[in-house]
Structure formats: structure tokens, C-alpha cells
Design a protein around this ligand. Sequence first.
Ligand SMILES: Nc1ncnc2c1ncn2[C@@H]1O[C@H](COP(=O)(O)OP(=O)(O)OP(=O)(O)O)[C@@H](O)[C@H]1O
Ligand SMILES: Nc1ccn([C@@H]2O[C@H](COP(=O)(O)O)[C@@H](O)[C@H]2O)c(=O)n1
Ligand SMILES: [Mg+2]
Length: 217
Amino acid sequence: MGTVVDAANKEANRSVLTNKKVTVVFVLGGPGSGKGTQCANVVEHFGYTHLSAGDLLRAEIKSGSENGTMIQNMIKDGKIVPSEVTIKLLQRAIEENGNDKFLIDGFPRNEENRAAFELVTGIEPEFVLFFDCSEEEMERRLLSRNQGREDDNIETIRKRFKVYMESSLPVIEYYNSKGKVRKIDATKPAVEVFGAVKALFTPLNSVPTIILSHVSA
Ligand SMILES: Nc1ncnc2c1ncn2[C@@H]1O[C@H](COP(=O)(O)OP(=O)(O)OP(=O)(O)O)[C@@H](O)[C@H]1O
Ligand SMILES: Nc1ccn([C@@H]2O[C@H](COP(=O)(O)O)[C@@H](O)[C@H]2O)c(=O)n1
Ligand SMILES: [Mg+2]
């Protein structure tokens, strides 16, 4: 019976966004810790949809939106865009997508992001995937990323590290106090990092199989 009860509880804990039930995993860690790289692996192996807050903001700049210039200036300066802008983008992306399980990468980035998202959407993360990586390694990765990002220069990188330490780490500490953080050593090679990530998603994914075998027994 345990597995059925556990599965039912898991179902009840899923959050409601307007009329859609969704499962959300927040993916956090410093700039260049490998969030995007590992999210791509989780999408491929576990069928999640990857929503990167940074990617959504960059797309908003390209779309010619009225907020474009403000967002561009904040990204160039490593600052955090006001929550209402980022939350609207996330909310729209979730509502427009047919999937019901999402990796939200690079969000919440500060206490304002966290509290506003919870208030507006009612969504609580299933867990928080935290990529722990040394600053030295993150700086090396960002300087050789070569994706043409305007914020991958040493001046902006230093600002992003400062914002991460001052504003983003407290959010991770908040979720840690609630027992939600799953910390991964992200300094290792990407294949090894994914080995640790995979182990976290496998139990979630195996729940329906357990229910089926229970029912048919
Ligand atoms: N474990 C790893 N070892 C070495 N290089 C890695 C590792 N993971 C990712 N990289 C490389 O480091 C760079 C940054 O990775 P990625 O873009 O995934 O980081 P991120 O956390 O999403 O960064 P940002 O917060 O700036 O978006 C990329 O060039 C990626 O290929
Ligand atoms: N919640 C967020 C996430 C990102 N930003 C801005 O985008 C920049 C790039 O983010 P990445 O996750 O792609 O590294 C980031 O430095 C911020 O300027 C944000 O404002 N709020
Ligand atoms: Mg990224």
C-alpha cells in the first residue's frame, strides 16, 4: 500500500497554475555551473520541458518587446530583472506548453523572484537541483563558452558572481531549510555530473511503474 499512498500524496502536492497541474524542479547554481547543459540531458532522458529564465529574457529582447532595452541593460550589468517581467514569461511558457513537468533553470534568482512566483502561481518546487561549482571553474567555463552572450566577459562575469553570492545563495539556503535541496558536485566532468543528476530523477520517474504492477497484482 505504501507506494500507492506515496504516489497519491505526490499527486496531491502537485501545484496548480490557473487550471493546469504541473510538476516543477528549480535548477539553481552559479553562472557557468552547468545548469543548461544538464537540463538538456534531463529533457532527453526524462521528458521534462526546459525553461531557462535567462533564455526567455534573451528571447524577449530579440522579439522587440517594450521591455527589451531594460532587460538588455540589466543582463549586460549582471543585474536581476524585476520579477513581474520574468514571471510573466515563465507563466506564459508553462501555459502554452502541453507538458506537465518543467525544469525551471536560473529561477528564482533572489528572494523577490521566489516570493512573487509562489504568490502568483501557487507553485512549490518538487525539489531544487543545486549545482555546486568553484568560482575558478565557472569563470574558466564562461570565458570559453563562445555562444556570443553579451554577459560572458570578465567584467560582467564578476558582477554575476557577486549577485549570485549576495542574492541567489540565500534562496538556495531557504529551500535547504525546507529539505528541498539536492546538491550536486558540478565541478566534475559533465558525464559524471549527469550520473548524479540521473539518480535524482529516476525515483520520480519510476512511480507510475510501481502503481501499475501493484494494481495488476
Ligand atoms: N561539467 C562540465 N565540465 C566542463 N565544462 C562544462 C561542464 N558543464 C558545462 N560545461 C560547459 O561550461 C559552459 C557553461 O555551461 P552552461 O551553459 O550549461 O552553464 P549555466 O549554468 O547554464 O550558465 P549560465 O548561468 O551562464 O546560463 C558551456 O560551455 C558548457 O559546455
Ligand atoms: N531569474 C532571472 C534569470 C536571469 N536573469 C538575467 O539573465 C542573465 C542571464 O541568466 P542565465 O541564467 O542565462 O545565466 C542574468 O545574469 C540576469 O541578468 C534575471 O534577471 N532573472
Ligand atoms: Mg544557462
